[in-house]
Write a new protein. Structure first.
Length: 224
């Protein structure tokens, strides 16, 4: 009941064109089912193991998104069913996704994860690395992936001005890459930013996808 109410409240508040990924990491399958019953169809997980446990026991029309760091040796397990990978942070990973997708004749939608926060964040590529990647001949040969946009995580802080500036920076990078590499590619259209604590700032600064966990499912165990 609470989950359905949380989803209804968010859906009423968030503009229709913005997609909500319900981040179900650490939550058991019955909680995911509860959100599904309330109409939610897009779910995000950050660990391959959890994805592989939940995906077979839940409805087949769920769109599963990978939002956490993905190791190259685990790509083959998610490629058969994953709808969108938010966390592409290296050329090596993108190459691996392409390779595994080609084996099963699929095309996988991906976002490039760009580092916008302070030093405490490990994952994500710099904008310079993203430009190098998109400019390379190797990239142009990857026919089994598609780059749908960018993902970013702001610094974990109460300083809302700082968060806003980081999201604005990501939106700027998006426009820069769009005009440089994707001007005639309508599928480069997504900006995944904003979580439970900062989704309002993300909406203000141009997000098209929000990744919301605790505001839907309640607080998770600490240190996850
Ligand atoms: C956990 C997580 C979220 C959601 O966090 P909440 O604060 O619970 O909304 C969003 N994005 C990523 C990458 C996450 O790992």
């Amino acid at each position: 009941m609470v989950i359905a109410q949380n989803i209804a409240r968010l859906r009423a508040e968030i503009p229709r064109h913005i997609k909500i990924v319900a981040v179900s990491k650490t939550m058991p399958a019955d909680k995911v089912q509860e959100a599904y019953n309330a109409g939610q169809r897009v779910f995000g997980e950050n660990k391959v193991q959890e994805l592989l446990e939940k995906h077979p026991v839940l409805p087949a029309d769920i769109a599963w998104h990978m939002i956490g760091h993905l190791q190259t040796n685990k790509v083959k397990f998610v490629v058969p069913f994953i709808r969108l990978i938010h966390s592409v942070d290296s050329f090596k990973l993108l190459f691996e996704i392409n390779k595994e997708a080609r084996k099963i004749n699929k095309r996988i939608d991906c976002l490039l994860q760009i580092r916008i926060a302070g030093e405490e964040t490990k994952f994500g590529m710099s904008i310079a690395d993203a430009v190098t990647l998109l400019d390379s001949d190797e990239f142009k040969n990857l026919d089994n992936i598609r780059i749908n946009g960018l993902m970013g995580m702001a610094t974990f802080t109460d300083d809302r001005t700082r968060v806003k500036n980081e999201f604005l920076k990501l939106a700027e990078y998006f426009n820069e890459l769009k005009s440089k590499f994707f001007l005639h590619d309508p599928s480069f259209a997504e900006l995944s930013m904003g979580m439970s604590g900062d989704y309002d700032i993300a909406i203000e600064t141009g997000a098209t996808i929000l990744r919301i966990g605790s505001l839907i499912f309640g607080e998770r165990k600490k240190n996850y």
